[in-house]
Write a protein that binds this ligand. Structure first.
Ligand SMILES: Cc1ncc(COP(=O)(O)O)c(C=O)c1O
Length: 226
């Protein structure tokens, strides 16, 4: 994989171009017949509101142009094109929903959630941006600056630093966007944190529980008696 979390169509097409040219070189120099070219993953998620998601129809059209100009003239027109995207398939379609437990206004304005980096590690691990909405306050202006923190005793357990948001109160529900990749799957049980339930928002607007929350018995289930 040449790119990761890439939103530039030109850079994604460049990956295809490099691989197509490599395929021609392999055929010419080694005389090997190739069955497929795997472009890998790497298509990015538009985590920030000002970013634009990748338009698949433009991307596939541009990759086809490279296929037509590089592979077909070199008798590689039977080669199949595969990709193995991960993040973009699930990333934008999940929200981590957490409740505000504490507000602390010393030195900075801190909002403490019942979720933590064990539920979504990207912000703590790479300082990654995840957009945040305070449910029911979407139409209010973002006049307050907050650090949105998790419930672990770790300094980096923060979902956002110096984020402008509407006034937050204990009990508010906070939706952390684009948590469908590297969220639950990267979750862990540090400090005895239990994994959350998962709720599916269905096409008709109804909600179905598709995974129950972990219990302390689940946490201890692998412990052996002797
Ligand atoms: C071998 C391989 N293929 C595909 C992927 C998916 O990449 P992405 O989630 O960036 O699309 C990864 C991610 O680590 C990978 O290691």
């Amino acid at each position: 994989m040449i790119v990761s979390n890439e939103l530039s169509i030109d850079n994604l097409v460049l990956t295809a171009e490099m691989l197509f040219e490599l395929a021609v070189e392999i055929k010419e120099k080694l005389g090997m017949e190739l069955e497929f070219i795997n472009l890998g993953g790497g298509i990015g998620v538009a985590y920030k509101p000002e970013q634009t998601p990748v338009d698949y129809s433009i991307l596939s059209q541009k990759i086809k142009e490279k296929y037509d100009s590089i592979l077909i003239p070199n008798n590689l027109d039977k080669v199949k094109i595969f990709s193995e995207n991960g993040r973009v398939i699930t990333g934008p379609y999940d929200w981590l929903v957490s409740r505000v437990r504490h507000i602390k206004n010393t030195y900075k304005n801190y909002v403490g959630l019942d979720a933590c980096m064990a539920n979504l590690m990207r912000p703590a691990l790479y300082g990654a941006y995840h957009h945040i909405t305070i449910l029911g306050k979407e139409s209010l202006s973002n006049d307050y600056k907050y650090d949105i923190t998790g419930s672990l005793c770790e300094n980096n357990d923060k979902f956002a630093v110096d984020r402008m948001l509407p006034k937050i109160e204990v009990g508010d529900l906070v939706a952390i966007h684009d948590a469908g990749a590297h969220g639950y799957a990267m979750g862990f049980n540090y400090n005895g944190k239990l994994r959350s339930a998962e709720l599916l928002l269905q096409e008709d607007g109804s909600i179905r529980k598709i995974r129950r929350a972990e219990t302390i018995d689940d946490y201890l289930a692998t412990q052996m008696e002797e």
